[in-house]
Design a protein around this ligand. Sequence first.
Ligand code: ADP
Ligand code: MG
Length: 344
Amino acid sequence: MPIPKAHYGGRHTVTLLPGAGIGPELMTYVKEVFSFAGVPVDFEDVDIDPNADDNVDLDYAITSIRRNGVALKGNIETRSTEAGVLSRNVALRNELDLYVNVLHCVSYPGVNSRHKNIDIVIVRQNTEGEYAMLEHESVKGVVESMKVITTTNSERVARYAFEYAKRNGRKKVTTVHKANIMKLSDGLFLETSKRVAKDYPDITHNNMIIDNTCMQLVSNPHQFDIVLTTNLYGAIVSNVVCGLLGGAGLLAGKNFGDHYTVFEPGTRNTGTGIAGKNIANPIAMLNAAVDMLRHLGHKHHAVLIQNAINKTINQGVHTRDLGGDATSRQVVDTIMKYIKQASD
Ligand code: ADP
Ligand code: MG
């Protein structure tokens, strides 16, 4: 059973994790657009100090998400890359058992790109595989890293992909793997997806090796409908498809478990190099916020903001990453102009 979302007097409270880099400025835009559009959502802000040695802030963030059920998130920095210091982003997903990441990649007609009319859904296992964070140096100069694949999690994510296909009238699921080399681990993931596929005779199921998938995505992306894959391949494939559609600044991703949902930009970048310069593309985080509104059932506001975002992009108000010269501020102002027009 999903945990009820925090709901007081017709308003929802959601956890806001600005994270590092461009996260905080993008969250300012989300708040500005929400308040301009009169969205009935209140934020519980949780800052995570990247320099902290302990995980007190992170634990507080997790408690807040458990209470509210829903969060909007920027990328959290982890101070050290030493062994034993685990990624806080990974820890958060694992603690909340957010076992699936869904990235719906649809082309924007107004964005210049090599391929038009792409519509691919990436369903990625989100809590294990290569992200098990079990690495050690067994003897000096020899490092071992564990990749963990379980039947339970492979089955949950496969089931999610096929149920998603059924619900959304999708026709095909492609399992992406490297089972020719990783016969046991990827083999289990692949075999599990084949077994689950048998329960969905109306949906075509095929499979493809990760390396070929990257080539096929770049040369012939229209053959893909739903891509089902493990954690690291999912990260790679997500970045390839986002790159095809216009880069890191556009698309949003969703992290689901049985109880909690976390929304964030699709490629999960920190954007340290472009922070504080008024050049980051605010669209991916705003799209994540719109996804969150739909999830909460605030359809009117979701549609209002979504339409304003689409008009802004299709009118060519683009930040640098999309080849334009608009500032973040100008993009947000244009979105608010369209919200006002639709509300008048
Ligand atoms: P990571 O956090 O994985 O290190 P980066 O922050 O280096 O990733 O981001 C990867 C690339 O994507 C960088 O070139 C960064 O400037 C770009 N990028 C990420 N987010 C945005 C955004 N919202 N707008 C424009 N460019 C972005
Ligand atoms: Mg970086």
